[in-house]
Design a protein around this ligand. Structure first.
Ligand SMILES: Cc1cc2nc3c(=O)[nH]c(=O)nc-3n(C[C@H](O)[C@H](O)[C@H](O)COP(=O)(O)OP(=O)(O)OC[C@H]3O[C@@H](n4cnc5c(N)ncnc54)[C@H](O)[C@@H]3O)c2cc1C
Length: 371
């Protein structure tokens, strides 16, 4: 289909900034660019009919790092680096809450609980023993002791009698968060075109020539926020990592409240609308899940169902209502990649499993790379 003069003139001419991807990073990048350049013409191109990567698929944990994660990170990072990682997430959630308001995203602090399977003796003992040390280390972030041993009041089976809870961790409604960001972007006068895949780009003296599956155009600057799909456009150290999830039908008198994880974070669950949302199991097939194709596999879904029945809801009849997957971007290091790629082209990638906490700041940092 040939585009009309009006279509080119209105949407695809004199573009100052183009952002590829409307996940949490792309949207925050657009908002920050608008703040800095009130008159600029800003365009977002998104391949899905909705944002279609991780930002509308995730579990909605507002988390800062469980005790076993902090302990593991201390094995590979300096103390200061670990403090900085946690502080970045803490600050990021603060930014998100300020931007959207707690009510509009159903933000609640019900604690983040790490469960230890009966078989995880060594990990449990190590974490419990190091609890005072970790609390002391992170005082400068939280201003109080974050981690506490809590009895198994929710009646989970096959786990140690105590959880280790981070009492500052919260949960939010992922859909409301993304809808809120999309509305802010629209109100800021940013143009958004969905169902457009950017296929290639090349530098020009005055900007960047962009080729999509529907049209080509020139933009002054290009920002790539495609996270787990980065390999289609860039050669950076980001691997796709698919994550599968299920959600139950509503459960009468569901008493479980909060965010939970176990098996070193490979499994996670929470309450939402009287249901349990449960995800994980990538470690059952790490190679197979290193893909940017959406999909649910019997092997992982069956394990999720088994753990749901045996560990999380052993006494409660339940039915699975829905299953889905999302694509994350991971890599050898936890630190996201935010950097110029070439003249006029920048990227903000590799958010791992912490995009809710760090996505706002990464998006703003990406926008700040341009003059
Ligand atoms: C199941 C699951 C559970 C998770 N749970 C949590 C959690 O509880 N807490 C937490 O903090 N994080 C969680 N995460 C991680 C978090 O969702 C991500 O870190 C975050 O959403 C990444 O945001 P992003 O904007 O970088 O990427 P994305 O949200 O993936 O956005 C990238 C966008 O780019 C688009 N795109 C890609 N290629 C192109 C192209 N060529 N042309 C046009 N558009 C393109 C995609 O369609 C996509 O919309 C979870 C992730 C998953 C999958």
């Amino acid at each position: 289909m040939k585009l009309s003069y009006w279509e080119y003139k209105t949407w695809l001419t004199d573009i100052d900034f183009t952002i590829v991807g409307s996940g949490i990073v792309g949207l925050n990048c657009a908002l920050r660019l608008r703040e800095r350049f009130p008159k600029a013409k800003i365009l977002i191109l998104e391949k899905g009919f909705l944002p279609q990567g991780a930002s509308t698929k995730n579990a909605g944990f507002a988390c800062f790092g469980s005790i076993s994660e902090v302990v593991a990170d201390l094995g590979s990072h300096s103390e200061q680096e670990v403090i900085d990682l946690v502080a970045q997430r803490w600050k990021g959630i603060g930014l998100l809450r300020k931007k959207l308001g707690d009510q509009s995203i159903d933000f609640q602090v019900n604690g983040g609980h790490e469960l230890f399977l009966d078989s995880a003796d060594a990990l449990y003992l190590d974490c419990a023993e190091r609890l005072p040390e970790i609390n002391k280390l992170l005082q400068s972030v939280y201003g109080a002791d974050a981690f506490h041993l809590r009895p198994n009041t929710f009646g989970f089976h096959k786990v140690k009698e105590k959880y280790i809870t981070n009492s500052f961790e919260g949960q939010l409604h992922t859909g409301k968060m993304m809808n809120g960001l999309l509305r802010l972007v629209q109100a800021a006068g940013v143009l958004q075109l969905n169902s457009i895949t950017v296929e290639d780009f090349s530098g020009k003296a005055s900007g960047v020539h962009v080729k999509t599956d529907r049209f080509e155009f020139v933009t002054r600057k290009l920002f790539i926020a495609t996270n787990g799909f980065a390999a289609h456009l860039l050669n950076e150290e980001v691997q796709p990592a698919r994550a599968q999830v299920l959600i139950t039908e509503p459960i009468a008198d569901l008493h479980i409240k909060g965010t939970f994880h176990f098996d070193e974070g490979y499994y996670y669950f929470r309450n939402i609308d009287n249901r349990i949302l449960f995800g994980g199991g990538r470690n059952l097939d790490l190679k197979g899940e290193e893909t940017d194709r959406f999909g649910c596999t019997p092997r992982i879904q069956e394990r999720l169902e088994m753990l749901l029945k045996e560990v999380i809801l052993p006494e409660t009849p339940h039915k699975v209502a829905q299953r889905w997957s999302g694509i994350m971007g991971t890599g050898p290091q936890k630190k996201p990649i935010v950097k110029p790629v070439s003249d006029h082209v920048y990227c903000g990638l590799r958010l791992g499993g912490m995009g809710i906490a760090i996505g706002s700041a990464v998006g703003a940092e990406l926008a700040d790379l341009t003059e």
